[in-house]
Design a protein around this ligand. Structure first.
Ligand SMILES: [Zn+2]
Length: 405
């Protein structure tokens, strides 16, 4: 057994550790055994502490064989060592864990919804899982309900109520007004927020609710039959506010807007962009129609057919296809349009119905010498392949012959 000193004193971060045993672990790391420790092991939904033990980093702390194992990044000798717990990480866990008790109790107090479980994180938002069946038929809680819960919970923080911990026996359990019954038996640790919440818990907590600072629900998520509440508290809440404020302020400056006007201004811009894209699409259509007319006007007349050939540099193949479609609608017109992006050739062939020609054959005739591939239908076929400038120069050379033959 390891004596867990953090239970009664969560603020001590520096101490002299008496290392009685150092184990070589299967993963190449080392595990230190202490008869007494302030290091918190991962348990009860709260992550472990980190820190140092002599020259070694404490990278993990786990419960093992009824004791606590301090996982080290290097081997140390047994004996006394100066130990230090990473204070910022511990304090974030304390703030989040205390915040979780208060938020869970606030959901019951304000909405009558019980929490099922919780997960405490120092770096990412912590979570509380609510019974979705209780939350509502759809498992959702409205934004205004969340605001009410959040405001109530923060009220408890602002009142700076005392948070105490003590132990009770199984026999005393029925006399304690627990929010949730204990899952363990024997000597049960109780964490009490003065006059508000009593719960069995083995985590590290603030000594008063004021130490939590502030608490903010950041999002909700449906997970099977649960409604997961993501929240931040204390130092992490400050990080969150700073990031959100920087993002919102950055957007406001770029929009030449007040902070409160950002959403309205973004909506206005979205609407303008939608209209501009619509207008652009129309103009593009008109331009392509005019271009098709010009190309058709410059076609080579071969018997009853008209041959359009054109080469473009770096033109979008999709636009090339639209252009070919427009030419395809003109009687007697056979079109062969090429686009070259410096490395690759894109080719579109189009044959009006009355030409009696198959665009796939025309495409294949030009792509085969280049080792390219393509396909489509008799009226319009599209493909491409590797090409160089020389291949481009001779690309259309034999097209007339093909049409004449
Ligand atoms: Zn707790």
């Amino acid at each position: 057994m390891t004596e867990q000193l953090y239970f009664d004193d969560p603020l001590t971060l520096d101490f002299t550790a008496e290392v009685t045993q150092v184990l070589a672990l299967p993963d190449g790391r080392f595990g230190a055994v202490l008869p007494r420790t302030y290091f918190y092991p991962t348990s009860g939904g709260q992550e472990h502490d980190t820190g140092s033990l002599g020259p070694a980093r404490v990278v993990d702390v786990v419960k093992r064989d009824g004791g606590i194992l301090h996982v080290l990044d290097r081997e140390i000798d047994p004996g006394p060592h100066p130990a230090r717990i990473d204070g910022a990480r511990r304090f974030r866990h304390m703030q989040h864990h205390t915040g979780q008790h208060i938020l869970s109790a606030a959901f019951i107090e304000v909405l009558g919804i019980n929490s099922l479980s919780a997960n405490i994180n120092g770096d990412t938002p912590s979570t509380i899982d609510l019974d979705a069946g209780q939350a509502s038929i759809t498992g959702a809680v409205s934004g205004s309900d969340l605001n009410r819960v959040e405001t109530f919970a923060n009220g408890i923080l602002f009142e700076d109520r005392r948070v105490s911990s003590y132990y009770v026996s199984d026999a005393e359990v029925p006399t304690i007004p627990f929010r949730k019954p204990p899952k363990v038996s024997g000597r049960i640790r109780v964490v009490e927020v003065d006059g508000f919440d009593v719960t069995p818990c083995g985590g590290t907590h603030c000594l008063s609710t004021g130490m939590v600072g502030v608490l903010k629900i950041v999002r909700t998520e449906r997970v099977n039959q649960k409604l997961r509440i993501h929240f931040v508290a204390g130092a992490q809440a400050l990080d969150f506010f700073q990031r959100v404020q920087a993002a919102a302020q950055g957007a406001a400056v770029r929009l030449d807007s007040s902070l409160d006007g950002v959403v309205e201004n973004v909506e206005r811009l979205q609407s303008q962009l939608k209209q501009a894209n619509f207008d652009l699409e129309n103009l593009r259509e008109i331009a392509l129609e005019a271009e098709a007319g010009e190309l058709a006007g410059a076609a080579d007349v071969i018997g009853t057919r008209r041959l359009v050939t054109a080469r473009f540099e770096g033109r979008d193949p999709a636009e090339l296809r639209t252009l070919a479609q427009k030419l395809r609608n003109r009687a007697g017109t056979v079109s062969l349009l090429a686009a070259f992006d410096g490395r690759k050739l894109s080719l579109v062939a189009a044959c009006a119905d009355d030409t009696g020609l198959d665009a796939r054959d025309l495409l294949q005739k030009h792509l085969a010498p280049l080792g390219g591939r393509g396909g489509g239908e008799a009226a319009l076929a599209q493909g491409g392949g590797p090409a160089d400038g020389r291949a481009l120069e001779t690309l259309f050379d034999n097209t007339k012959g093909y049409l004449e033959g």
